[in-house]
Design a protein around this ligand. Sequence first.
Ligand SMILES: [Fe+2]
Length: 258
Amino acid sequence: MDIAKALSLMLTNEGSSTLYQGLNLIKKPGVYHVGVPTISGTGAEVSMTAVLTGPVKKLGLKCEWTVFNQIVLDPDLIASVPRNWWFYTGMDTYIHCIESENGRMNNAYSHAYAEQSMKLCREVYLGENSGQTPENDDKLMVASMMGGLSLTYSEVGVCHALSYGLSKILGTRHCYANCLIMNHLEDYYPEGVAEFKEMVAYHQIDLPQGLSKDWSDDIITQMAHVSYNLPHMWLHAIGDNWQEVITIDLLKDLFRRL
Ligand SMILES: [Fe+2]
């Protein structure tokens, strides 16, 4: 979906897409594009960002023309998503809401969507009716959309900043990377992490630990630098003084927890 959004813009804007990684750098509207999700959770069907991993950075093309002109949400299309990916992608939505809520960009609009999306996530992933059922597929598809709207009008935070570092350097897929990291963010999102762990345990999802023991200091330093260079996320999550709180060493320590 992100590639489709970027492609729509690159058909009308000249040069390499790397020129447009950032906010409002696109000059002209793209071509009409329609999104039909076959997996739910990233919110890419409604978000204003076309996330691209370029030679230097992993950063979205973000502007008012990125969004799909039309989306088709048909829950039958997510019925066959493999169980692990159903969990990881759904948790992306849940994490979007936790991060959108916990930061200074949160507002009445993003809060309303996050609240509803988290309610739906709890119905899908916790309790006796949880699991991959047609009813829950309806809910997850709506939760994904609402989580996407919440983050679009607020911002993501610590988990996504670290996740971008991990994905950029090791190519780890976004939703899975988020889950690996969220597992260790009690210091930042205590309630969200506790509930996330409850969902992991409920569905007996295997999240590997001790990954960092195979990573060199150089790899960890590279990840930390990618994460550090996402000031919009840190400003939202930590505040104006984020550079006093978040240092390369602190980020390296967080990566070593994985
Ligand atoms: Fe995400």
